[in-house]
Design a protein around this ligand. Structure first.
Ligand SMILES: O=C(O)C(=O)Cc1ccccc1
Length: 268
């Protein structure tokens, strides 16, 4: 079973993917991963979805709202960043935008004058540092190889953690799993709309674990809501809640991403 994730080899997504698969392929965009799984080109995908310091990976949320896939597992891993380069005398730090943001305080304090270069992934940043003396990278310390490790544990909070989602084709949506993700596009706007959309969960004692809004892309001020809750997708109470939500969102749509269990990868 081949799993597509964010590459090249050595990214945090790669490490998360290794906890669910030993046959891994790489691409350099989250949208490509979701699209390839939706088109049955790969059996599985692993994408980063949310970080404890920086919040949502918006490209992931937007592609989950767009393509028909099933979320089959969530993987939570600690994230500890290292700074690596050919020499300590660099002008640019290259990494994934989320990694740069997770180390913002460290960089401002120790390297206030460096330029930040956002690249497709942390491991791509390491490749930049390997080919150019004036570039340092922020990545998992195992990527250093022949580069010098200039500092470790440089994330602004020691408890830095990221949630990744393992995704599969829509036909693999499973009744197992105690947590469910859905996306709601109400395509309407009136006082109390959000309250009404969430009421069906409260009435059935279903605990929400996450609520995010993203621009719908249709017009300014129009949103898609990503909701995670602690109940299985095929439980009667969930089905009843979703029916009510669907009738409230009759001008828009409700996408069921699937229910799944959580795997905590404790070693970093
Ligand atoms: O670029 C990577 O290594 C990724 O997998 C994305 C990412 C970046 C920073 C923290 C967690 C995941």
């Amino acid at each position: 079973m081949q799993t597509l994730t964010l590459g090249p080899s050595g990214t945090y997504s790669h490490r998360a993917a290794q906890s669910v698969s030993d046959d891994i392929a790489f691409t350099e965009s989250v949208t490509d991963i979701v699209q390839a799984v939706a088109n049955d080109e790969f059996d599985r995908g692993v994408i980063p979805i949310e970080n404890s310091i920086e919040g949502s990976v918006t490209e992931s949320l937007d592609s989950l709202a767009e393509y028909d896939i099933a979320v089959v597992k969530e993987i939570i891993t600690p994230i500890r960043h290292a700074l690596m380069a050919r020499t300590g005398d660099f002008e640019t730090v290259a990494s994934h935008a989320q990694a740069l943001a997770q180390c913002r305080g460290y960089l401002e304090e120790h390297y206030p004058d460096v330029e930040l270069e956002a690249v497709a992934s942390t491991a791509r940043g390491v490749e930049r540092a390997r080919e150019d003396d004036s570039v340092a990278a922020i990545a998992h310390p195992d990527n250093a190889g022949d580069l010098e490790t200039l500092a470790t544990d440089i994330q602004d909070q020691t408890s830095n953690a990221t949630r990744f989602l393992a995704i599969a084709g829509a036909d693999e949506r499973s009744p197992a799993g105690g947590k469910t993700s859905i996306v709601i596009y109400p395509n309407s706007d009136y006082p109390g709309l959000l309250l009404e959309l969430l009421q069906p969960f409260a009435e059935r004692d279903i605990n929400l674990s996450r609520l995010e809004s993203r621009p719908s892309g249709e017009r300014l001020g129009d949103y898609v809501f990503h909701v995670d809750f602690q109940a299985g997708l095929y439980e009667d109470r969930t089905q009843a809640a979703l029916e009510e939500i669907e009738s409230l969102a009759e001008n828009g749509w409700v996408r069921r991403l699937g229910s799944y269990d959580t795997e905590h990868v404790v070693s970093d």
